[in-house]
Design a binder for this molecule. Structure first.
Ligand SMILES: NC(=O)c1ccc[n+]([C@@H]2O[C@H](COP(=O)([O-])OP(=O)(O)OC[C@H]3O[C@@H](n4cnc5c(N)ncnc54)[C@H](O)[C@@H]3O)[C@@H](O)[C@H]2O)c1
Ligand SMILES: CC(C)[C@H](C(=O)O)[C@@H](O)C(=O)O
Ligand SMILES: [Mg+2]
Length: 354
């Protein structure tokens, strides 16, 4: 089959890591009868510089027409002006909303060879294998009203945390379906002791759970969840939560795996295309040095093969090659080693061929 893949390298280390994911996909292609057709487009700060907006309608349409979208990262100090409402991150949010990818899957697994390097003790890390399902197109990121205004001579700002029953139901239902093929436990994370939106979230989660008697549902407050992620991370199977809680908890969870640079994600809606991006950002502190860890991006490409292109065998080829590379001691700087982005990718490619 022929697959159209839109590449959105973005800013900072985004172009550095996406180039490596493409290199890996071109190797994988040779093992199959499928053909990947890549087209590169602008998003984020580079799009602001070229077009005055972080995502043009043309680029969004190109993404909509493709089979899958691979994204590096957006943002950077050049565009960080608290008073500007033209921001790189807006492009990413418009893309997620425009593609209707409401479910952001962020798998968190700890490789045994990286346990010693983690700030947590090895016994706590053994068995850590969770899937965070983050709601991606609602909540505080998108709720209206949103904005700034002058009230009584003082500037005020508002963001709105709003969810409809339907928005909650579809993401919770997907989490239960995913849990069925895992360890059959869903932890729904909210702040129901304070937030009305969380109390609706909890009610809908309980309703959905009735259709999944084989899956355990537990509710956990987000502050407790952030503590449990470090005290008993292996107790989690599937975590489902609203947009901002999911954003924060997954950066925390990434530390368990050894580095921010390790975690991939898949953003899915009801149809194609899916959007695939590492959870990390544009890492301005290391951009341009050729030392970024490409693993989160490469594993995102594997998720793309699995979820959008139905290429499970090839997704596993990439994941197993990455696992062997780590087991053999290959490390970029963030993992405590000295391999460049290029060298790490070469090591992974070598193991795909083995
Ligand atoms: N999906 C995205 O595009 C995305 C995600 C998060 C942040 N951002 C944006 O990125 C910019 C920088 O944000 P930040 O610095 O808070 O977060 P960041 O994720 O870019 O970086 C946090 C820390 O992790 C390190 N890091 C991240 N990815 C790495 C990798 N692949 N290899 C090695 N080290 C890595 C960085 O060097 C930095 O020290 C901001 O503009 C932010 O809005 C974008
Ligand atoms: C850059 C930002 C808008 C984004 C988010 O908060 O969703 C990022 O932190 C992420 O985790 O993908
Ligand atoms: Mg984030």
């Amino acid at each position: 089959m022929d697959f159209q893949i839109t590449l959105l390298p973005g800013d900072g280390i985004g172009p550095e890591v996406i180039e490596k994911a493409v290199q890996i996909l071109q190797i994988i292609e040779k093992f199959t009868d499928n053909r990947f057709h890549f087209s590169k487009e602008l998003i984020g700060g580079c799009s602001i510089d070229a077009n005055g907006t972080a995502l043009t309608e043309e680029v969004l349409n190109a993404c909509r027409q493709s089979d899958a979208v691979l994204l590096g990262a957006v943002g950077g100090p050049k565009w960080d002006n608290p008073d500007s409402n033209i921001r790189p991150e807006q492009g990413l949010l418009a893309l997620r909303k425009g593609l209707k990818v409401y479910a952001n899957l962020r798998p968190v697994k700890v490789h045994p060879a990286l346990m010693a390097a983690s700030p947590l003790k090895e016994e706590k890390l053994s068995g850590v294998d969770m899937l965070v399902v983050r709601e991606l197109t609602g909540g505080l990121y998108f709720g209206e009203p949103k904005g700034r205004s002058i009230i009584n001579g003082q500037e005020h700002a508002v963001d709105t945390l709003i969810y409809s029953e339907e928005e909650i139901r579809r993401i919770v239902k997907m989490s239960f379906e995913l849990a069925r093929n895992r360890r059959k436990k869903v932890t729904s994370v909210d702040k129901a002791n304070v937030l009305e939106s969380s109390r609706l979230w909890r009610k809908v989660a309980m309703e959905v759970s009735r259709d999944f008697p084989d899956v355990i549902l537990e509710h956990m407050l987000v502050d407790t969840a952030s503590m449990r992620l470090v005290t008993s991370p292996s107790s989690f199977d599937v975590i489902v939560t609203e947009n901002m809680f999911g954003d924060i908890l997954t950066d925390e969870a990434s530390v368990l795996t050894g580095s921010m640079g390790m975690l991939p994600s898949a953003s899915l809606g009801n149809g194609k295309p899916g959007l695939y991006e590492p959870i990390h950002g544009s890492a301005p502190d290391i951009a341009g040095k050729g030392i970024a860890n490409p693993i989160g991006m490469i594993l995102s490409a594997a998720l793309m093969l699995r979820f959008s292109l139905q290429m499970e065998k090839e997704a596993l080829m990439i994941e197993q090659a990455v696992n062997r590379t780590i087991a053999d001691g290959c490390r970029t700087a963030d993992m405590g080693g000295s391999l460049s982005t290029e060298m790490m990718t070469e090591e992974i490619i070598r193991r795909i061929h083995e």
